[in-house]
Design a protein around this ligand. Structure first.
Ligand SMILES: NC(=O)c1ccc[n+]([C@@H]2O[C@H](COP(=O)([O-])OP(=O)(O)OC[C@H]3O[C@@H](n4cnc5c(N)ncnc54)[C@H](O)[C@@H]3O)[C@@H](O)[C@H]2O)c1
Length: 307
């Protein structure tokens, strides 16, 4: 099949592209490499369309003969969206609308959308279930949820089969540790591996449901193949377990082989949620998703890759 991975130069997109190639699909990537890295696609046999998903001509070119779209392109950071909400909206919401409209016009069969657990916000009830009312806390969360709503509308109005996967804190190989906006596991892992002091925003007792990349890639493949009953649905993709950032630091230190380490604690960041844990029953039922790689194994593989 001909697949299009938007944001295929990024962490999750490049891992999806590799998995598709391994099973014999043809893969095209559209990426402006604003947060992604060309090194992620080094030695990978994909066709790259360089440009922004904000540009309709670029997206139309990328969409030619495509059967399934894996829409990963976005500006993925809460902090970045707090710094520049307009830019985040332009790429994540308007850009998604652009990709959806091009997919509809090209007759794409299935559209798998990278949504986010941030849609839930600080709901007091855990685990988070898809039937809860979303309560996005940050401009990033709003922009990702807007994309999800566009997906639903495109299924209803045009019959484009969209599936939204609400990822919970994804981590693993090829995640960028170098940016000011990097996620917590690459930052903690590289700090502990290089003898630097990791920074924790808040008291470290906030919790997350960390999800290893291979589970997310598998969920994407399952969502692409599932029957038409998944069209218009959104589902959590997570591990179904939560740990605090303090526990996470200790677990990474153990994998690295450090007996002792120190962390600095700074003020919590605006827009960050306090606790996160997913109910993954819906994805299990609808697409047969099972998180095969659990946290301890995922951290081992991640630290190995970063070192
Ligand atoms: N990593 C996570 O924990 C997580 C959690 C929830 C949702 N998500 C979503 O998953 C997707 C992938 O995230 P990631 O962690 O791989 O981030 P990433 O930054 O590594 O990947 C995003 C990719 O999109 C590209 N991109 C950005 N703006 C673009 C534009 N205007 N046109 C074309 N390409 C553009 C970037 O260059 C990059 O390659 C995003 O949609 C993100 O919102 C990620």
């Amino acid at each position: 099949m001909q697949a299009l991975v938007t944001g295929g130069g990024g962490f999750i997109g490049s891992n999806i592209a590799r998995a598709l190639l391994e099973r014999g699909d043809s893969v095209r990537v559209v990426d402006d490499f604003s947060t992604g890295r060309e090194v992620n696609l080094e030695g990978v046999d994909v066709e790259v369309v360089r440009g922004s998903i904000e540009d309709r001509d670029t997206v139309d070119r990328a969409m030619r003969d495509v059967e399934v779209v894996f829409h990963q392109a976005a500006l993925p950071s809460v902090k970045r969206s707090v710094d520049d909400p307009g830019r985040t909206h332009a790429v994540n919401a308007t850009g998604t609308l652009n990709v959806l409209d091009a997919a509809r016009a090209a007759g794409v069969r299935r559209f798998v959308y990278a949504s986010s657990s941030s849609a839930y916000g600080d709901t007091p009830v855990l685990p988070k279930r898809e039937d809860m009312v979303p309560s996005p806390l940050s401009p990033y969360a709003v922009s990702k949820l807007a994309g999800e709503h566009y997906c639903k509308a495109f299924t209803k109005v045009y019959g484009l089969e969209c599936v939204a996967l609400r990822y919970f804190n994804v981590y693993g190989p090829r995640q960028d540790p170098t940016s000011h906006y990097s996620a917590v596991i690459p930052l903690f892992a590289t700090a502990l591996l290089t003898g630097a002091t990791p920074t924790v925003f808040g008291d470290g007792e906030q919790t997350r449901d960390f999800t290893y990349i291979d589970n997310v890639v598998r969920a994407n493949l399952l969502a692409a193949e599932a029957g038409p009953q998944v069209a218009g649905e959104a589902m959590n993709i997570a591990c179904g377990e939560r740990v605090s950032l303090n526990e996470l630091l200790s677990a990474i230190a153990e994998v690295v082989g450090l007996e002792d380490f120190e962390a600095v604690y700074r003020d919590p960041r605006p827009g960050d949620v306090r606790d996160s844990l997913a109910d993954i029953t819906k994805a299990q039922t609808l697409i047969g998703y099972v998180p095969e790689v659990r946290l301890s194994e995922g951290l081992k593989r991640t630290v190995e890759w970063f070192s």
